[in-house]
Design a protein around this ligand. Structure first.
Ligand code: CYC
Length: 186
C-alpha cells in the first residue's frame, strides 16, 4: 500500500534517480491542498450509509429482478451482502482519496473481486451501476452541492468553504477511483 510520498520514493528508486523538481512540485500541491482533501474525504465518509443505501436502491429500481427469486439480491442474506459490498467499496475509495494513490483500493479491495463475483454469480454490470451512482453522489458531496431534487428531505450540506468548481481536481481524482472499480469488474 502506497501513498503519494511512498509512491514518489518507489518510482524514483525504480530508475535510480533522486526525487526531482516535478515530483516535489506535485507533493507540494498535495500538501497545499491537504485541508480540501480532508474535507472531500469527510464529505464522503459522513454520508456513506445514505450514499450506499441510495445507490443500491437505485440499482434495484432499475432492475427489480435482482430482488426476485433467482436475483442476486434475493433473499435478504444476499441483499445484506450487496449493501455490505457497497460500503466496502466506498470505504476503500475514501482511503485512496486520502492517500492520493489507488494502491490500497487495488490491493485490498479489487484484487480478485471480479473472479469472486464470477464464482458467486454476482452481476458485475449491476454492481458497476451502483458504483456509478456513488461516483455521482461523491462528486455532489465533495462540491457540497447535493441536489434538492435527488436528496429531498435527506438533503445534507457539510458547509464547506471551498465548493463547486474549486473542487474540480478532487472530484476528478475521486471519480478516477470509482472508475477503477468499474474497470476492475468489467
Ligand atoms: C475487503 C474487500 C472485500 C470485498 C470487496 C468483498 C466482497 C465479497 N462479496 C461477496 C459476496 C456477495 N456480494 C454480493 C453483491 C451484490 N449482489 C448483487 O446482486 C449486487 C449487484 C451486488 C451489490 C452491489 C452478494 C449478493 C454476495 C453474496 C453472494 C452469495 O453468497 O450468493 C463475497 C463472498 C463472501 C461473502 O458472502 O461474504 C466477497 C468476498 N469481501 C471483502 O472482504
Amino acid at each position: 500500500m502506497l501513498d503519494v510520498f511512498s509512491r514518489a520514493a518507489v518510482t524514483a528508486d525504480a530508475s535510480n534517480k533522486t526525487i526531482g523538481g516535478g515530483d516535489l512540485a506535485a507533493l507540494k500541491e498535495y500538501i497545499a491542498s491537504g485541508n480540501r482533501r480532508l474535507d472531500a474525504v469527510n464529505a464522503i465518509a459522513s454520508n456513506a450509509s445514505c450514499m450506499v443505501s441510495d445507490a443500491i436502491a437505485g440499482m434495484i429500481c432499475e432492475n427489480t429482478g435482482l430482488i426476485q427469486a433467482g436475483g442476486n439480491c434475493y433473499p435478504n442474506r444476499r441483499m445484506a451482502a450487496c449493501l455490505r459490498d457497497g460500503e466496502i467499496i466506498l470505504r476503500y475509495v475514501t482511503y485512496a482519496l486520502l492517500a492520493g494513490d489507488a494502491s490500497v483500493l487495488e490491493d485490498r479491495c479489487l484484487n480478485g473481486l471480479k473472479e469472486t463475483y464470477a464464482a458467486l454469480g454476482v452481476p458485475t454490470t449491476s454492481t458497476a451501476r451502483a458504483v456509478g451512482i456513488m461516483k455521482a453522489q461523491a462528486a455532489a458531496h465533495i462540491k457540497d452541492e447535493p441536489s434538492e431534487a435527488r436528496a429531498g428531505k435527506k438533503l445534507r450540506k457539510m458547509g464547506s468553504t471551498v465548493t463547486g468548481d474549486r473542487c474540480a481536481s478532487l472530484v476528478a481524482e475521486a471519480g478516477s477511483y470509482f472508475d477503477r472499480v468499474i474497470n476492475a469488474l468489467s
